[in-house]
Design a protein around this ligand. Structure first.
Ligand SMILES: Cc1cc2nc3c(=O)[nH]c(=O)nc-3n(C[C@H](O)[C@H](O)[C@H](O)COP(=O)(O)OP(=O)(O)OC[C@H]3O[C@@H](n4cnc5c(N)ncnc54)[C@H](O)[C@@H]3O)c2cc1C
Length: 1013
């Protein structure tokens, strides 16, 4: 058949044949489907309408039972896009009532249309409905793979439920379908009849703590849940395919796949497959790995080759984290890779049996052509398409004698929303083949062109289009990042622990640091190491018998000596050029970068920071160095000259600075406070917290190594009550920077306000004093996101962050569901030592903190309902563990709803409406962080105005502020001063001065450009 035709010619021939068979088989007007298509077209024409429309669709399932809520959301969303709407719609919107007959009618229509749209891509809400859809397909000689919708599994209860549903599905489906008569067109390949039932499974749904940072623990748990499903599938002669999800899950998914199908009972089972994504740069390596593994296994597997469904997600996450995107950035690259990997599969088809999962006629035709070129047996290739998409292509393929399998999801709309949104995005994406062919009617020749030809194309527009043809760019991501100038400051990218290389580096650092535990860290005054009679022992909170190190315990005389040394060092440091000071910070950043895993390891041991939190701490420290270096240079010059007059506005440092630091961000916070002071020109003394002197000693040594003179930054560990007053009250201390408790912060402020004899300036005090942070959960919130966000904010680092959430204020409508899921998700968190990434929750910092938190728990039991007391008893003797506790029906005035606890204790408060929620949220003496989960544009706007906190987060967790992106700090009793990591912070360490010089002499003056005028 191939004859002398080249592969491209043959591809073209198959492609043309397919196109010819589509003729006349396109969506027709006046069917509900046609209406959907018009809606899609409409949203494709205008990005802002698309966003509002998809957001509306996203919220509808959560509010389906409330007419008022539906009409309110309709108005709110469409009003945002109203200038783009047709005039009659704008009028309609204006007069649409929220209640009454008309509102009922509109709500019913919205409900009907949303459900119908979903039903276009989702085959039914239960097995029966899915079965009817499958039976209908079978009449058209198309077979199926079935998928049970549901992805965001937050709790073990949900994961177990999902497993149970799968078991039921297998039983129910095979009972019916296996009894159906054989259909050769559907099931017969070159080797004989294939299983009639084919099931697709997403592994992340089987385990609520699915996390690639702990691949072994994740794999163990998932395999335990998967095994019974596989046994049943095999027992019923069915087929199983493992779906592929986001990139961070890929390696662990492959590992689980390989492990489990190598097990004795499954090793000789040929009816298994996995989806592999060609938009990933790693795709070729993954297929090579699978081939080697399949050979070793001795039984072939199937590979469903897809391009991938998470492109927007992957590129967004990469941009947010500063990571290299794992996906190709040009559409044609994904297409070229798809063709290369199709060839690889076809070359190795006896081991990796190819299933071509695409709606792209060029990709499909290319696979057919290759099958010809390699003379594959007829019907050896399988073509897979999605339910509700490209139906004419399915029909055409069947007519051409190909085997066609339709990926058929079923389930409830709410858990199906993520799937539905992916389909809507896919159908409306600028670069979608379907859009190009069915909507934009690009010519067949263009659509069938070899994508590799775009590798040499110089036109960006054409290179970024479906098969490279439509001159529109994609979603703004890549083009936007190209056209924007590079920012002067970029956050240090967090380590991606889904990558094995990073996990290995972290483990190696933990081993290396472990060998250095127990050393002594003397004071560093004027560069001299000073031992003291008493020492502070720094203990590992995870293992209280493990000594991390001993730090000297400064006495008042030591503090005075350090202050005197700083006074002497001041003039030279003040007069050091700003650039040189800034360069010291940049060098310090570089040293930290090189030692990032080691520094993280110190924090894991010294403060029980989990891996990700420790890594984020190092990154923040690096960011502070880079950012303040950059900021000081920005501030250093300001001229406003006129002819004959030079005006210079500039800053000078204030003088000696005492930094009194906390332990909860043991590197980042001290580093930020110290380097801000240093770069501004102030000699600085660091008194670290008693619980974290070792990591602070490393910080000071790094600063010395980076070139900061030894008298300019000094290390003074000690007991707060002993040396604190000297560091605050000494008449030579000009600035006090403090982060810690409200009590101490206010005391410092009071002490610093005195102006003793001989002190000829007013001290500057900068304090950060905590919060009682709340998250409001609106009645239309996405509960998957809200529960996840509240749990992460409340229990991340055991609730020991100033930004942590300690109050969840939930609107009545969602209260019960939210509460149940929150409790179950919290119960699902695993508790244990911080060095082991299996555990999401570690110990609190020390015994004193543990006792204080337990005291609050006792108080909570008296005042409110204890809904969950986590269990940390397994580790009770090992360290300072307090398991997460959740209190419900909490009164806004209860002690645990008013006082900062700084531990894993969460108060859940019910509010009848948003006004009440806001009153409760604002009803404490603090104003640090706050959050809102809502999908109502009007409520979001109101909360932005009325929730008065320093850092407000909407629809995300409330911890994890990044330097420059989210400068951090509060007001009221949360602190005095400007936000750390923000453009005003350095000003607090500086005094502005102005110098004016008259440059005119007897009527002549230099011009402002320097030339004589
Ligand atoms: C049966 C079946 C099962 C599936 N199972 C999975 C699965 O398990 N996991 C999964 O992730 N997906 C899965 N998919 C979804 C699939 O990934 C998408 O439907 C598919 O990518 C669409 O590709 P296409 O060839 O049909 O369309 P085309 O329009 O030719 O290609 C779209 C692809 O190009 C990518 N793309 C768009 N813009 C760019 C750009 N600028 N740079 C690089 N690439 C770009 C898109 O992300 C998308 O992957 C499955 C699809 C089918 C048919």
């Amino acid at each position: 058949m191939l004859g002398h035709a080249s592969l491209d010619e043959l591809t073209l021939r198959f492609g043309k044949d397919l196109f010819a068979r589509l003729e006349g088989d396109r969506p027709t007007v006046f069917t509900p489907r046609w209406l959907d298509d018009r809606m899609m077209e409409w949203s494709m024409d205008d990005e802002s309408i698309k966003i509002q429309l998809f957001r509306l669709i996203d919220v509808l399932p959560a509010i389906l039972n409330s007419t008022t809520s539906i009409t309110r959301h309709l108005k709110e969303y469409l009003e945002l896009a109203q200038h783009r709407l047709p005039l009659p719609m704008r009028w309609g919107l204006r007069w649409l009532p929220e209640k009454g007959l008309l509102a009922d009618w509109v709500a019913r229509a919205a409900r009907f249309n949303a459900t119908r749209l979903a039903r276009r891509f989702i085959a039914g809400s239960n097995v029966q409905e899915a079965l009817s859809a499958i039976a209908a397909m079978r009449k058209h000689n198309q077979t199926f793979t079935i998928d049970l919708l549901g992805e965001a599994v937050l709790t073990e209860v949900e994961a177990l439920h999902y497993q149970a549903q799968y078991l039921e599905l297998v039983e129910g489906l095979t009972r019916t379908v296996n009894a159906w008569p054989d259909n050769d067109a559907c099931e017969r390949d070159h080797l004989g009849l294939m299983p009639k039932v084919n099931i697709s499974v997403k592994l992340s749904s089987l385990f609520s703590q699915f996390d690639p940072i702990d691949p072994h623990g994740t794999a163990r748990a998932v395999k335990d849940r998967l095994r019974p499903i596989l046994q049943l599938i095999r027992q019923h002669q069915a087929f199983v395919n493992i779906d592929m999800e986001q990139f961070s899950y890929k390696d662990v998914t492959l590992q689980i796949f390989e492990d489990i199908f190598m097990e004795e009972e499954f090793r000789d089972w040929p009816h298994v497959g996995i989806a592999i994504q060609a938009y990933l740069r790693s795709c070729g390596d993954d297929l090579a790995r699978l081939l080697a593994w399949a050979r070793k296994r001795g039984t072939p597997i199937w590979v469903r080759l897809v391009k991938g469904a998470y492109w927007d997600y992957e590129t967004t996450i990469a941009a947010q984290n500063g990571w290299v995107p794992p996906v190709f950035l040009h559409k044609w690259e994904s297409d070229v890779n798809y063709e290369q990997q199709t060839r690889f599969l076809i070359e190795n088809y006896t081991w990796l049996r190819p299933a071509i999962g695409s709606h792209n006629i060029r990709s499909i035709a290319h696979a057919m052509a290759l099958a010809e070129e390699y003379r594959l047996p007829p019907r050896c290739l399988e073509f897979q398409l999605l339910y509700g998409m490209a139906d004419p292509i399915k029909t055409a393929l069947v007519k051409m004698g190909q085997r066609v399998r339709v990926y058929t999801p079923y389930g409830q709309l709410l858990p199906g929303m993520a799937y539905l949104v992916r389909r809507l995005l896919e159908n409306t994406a600028n670069q979608s083949f379907l859009r190009a062919s069915f909507i934009e009617h690009i010519s067949e020749d263009e659509l069938l062109m070899n994508p590799a030809h775009h590798a040499t194309s110089t036109s960006h527009a054409s290179a970024d289009s479906p098969n490279g043809h439509v001159g529109k760019d994609h979603a703004g991501h890549e083009t936007a990042s190209r056209s924007k100038p590079l920012p002067a400051f970029a956050n240090e990218p967090l380590a991606d622990f889904s990558q094995e290389s990073n996990r290995k580096r972290m483990q190696a650092a933990l081993d290396q640091v472990k060998a250095q535990l127990g050393l002594a860290y003397p004071l560093l005054i004027q560069g001299e190491e000073i031992a003291t009679p008493a020492w502070i022992e720094s203990i590992n909170p995870s293992h209280k018998n493990q000594l991390i190190g001993k730090a000297a315990q400064a006495r008042v005389a030591d503090a005075e000596r350090a202050i005197q040394a700083a006074v002497e060092a001041f003039p030279a440091w003040r007069d050091t050029p700003v650039v040189d000071r800034a360069n010291c910070l940049k060098r310090a950043a570089q040293i930290m970068r090189e030692r990032r895993f080691e520094l993280s390891a110190w924090m894991v041991y010294e403060c029980a920071k989990p891996w990700r939190e420790a890594d984020a701490d190092v990154c923040e420290a690096i960011d502070f160095c880079e950012y303040y270096a950059h900021e000081m240079i920005r501030l250093s010059h300001h001229h406003r000259d006129v002819p004959g007059e030079e005006n210079e506005y500039f800053y000078e440092p204030r003088g000696v600075c005492s930094v009194i630091a906390p332990w909860n961000f043991p590197l980042a916070i001290p580093c930020g406070m110290v380097v801000a002071s240093l770069v501004a020109g102030n000699p600085t003394i660091l008194k670290p917290a008693e619980q974290s002197p070792v990591i602070a000693a490393h910080l000071v040594r790094i600063l010395h190594q980076a070139g900061v003179p030894k008298s300019v930054v000094q290390f003074l560990p000690g007991i707060g009550e002993e040396v604190g007053p000297t560091l605050v009250k000494h008449p030579e201390v000009a600035i006090i920077v403090f982060t810690g408790s409200r009590h101490v912060g206010l005391l410092i402020n009071q002490q610093a306000s005195a102006t003793p004899q001989g002190q000829n300036f007013v001290k500057k005090v900068i304090t950060e004093m905590g919060g009682k942070n709340a998250i409001i959960v609106d009645d239309d919130a996405d509960l998957d996101e809200a529960v996840h966000g509240v749990v992460a904010s409340a229990f991340g680092y055991q609730g020991q962050k100033c930004s942590a959430c300690s109050r969840a204020i939930v609107l009545e409508h969602n209260y019960e569901t939210f509460k149940t899921r929150l409790i179950e998700m919290t119960r699902s968190l695993q508790i244990g030592p911080a060095e082991d990434p299996t555990y999401a929750v570690g110990p609190v910092i020390d015994e004193e903190a543990r006792q204080r938190i337990l005291g609050y728990i006792e108080k909570g039991k008296q005042e409110c309902h204890l809904a969950l007391a986590g269990d940390a008893s397994a580790w009770a003797h090992e360290g300072f563990y307090v398991a997460p506790h959740v209190f419900t029906e909490v009164s806004p005035q209860a002690t645990i709803a008013q006082e900062e606890i700084f531990g894993p204790v969460l108060a859940v408060i019910k509010a009848k409406d948003l006004s009440e929620a806001l009153a409760i949220a604002n009803g404490t003496p603090y104003a640090l962080t706050g959050g809102l989960f809502s999908r109502s544009p009007a409520n979001i706007a109101r909360v932005r105005r009325e929730f008065r906190v320093g850092n407000l987060y909407i629809n995300r967790k409330i911890t994890g502020a990044l330097v420059d992106r989210q400068p951090f700090g509060g007001f009221k009793l949360s602190g005095i001063g400007s936000k750390a990591g923000g453009p005003d912070y350095l000003l607090q360490f500086l005094t502005p001065r102005v110098i004016t010089e008259n440059t005119m002499r007897h009527g002549f003056a230099p011009s402002t450009s320097g030339e004589p005028s």
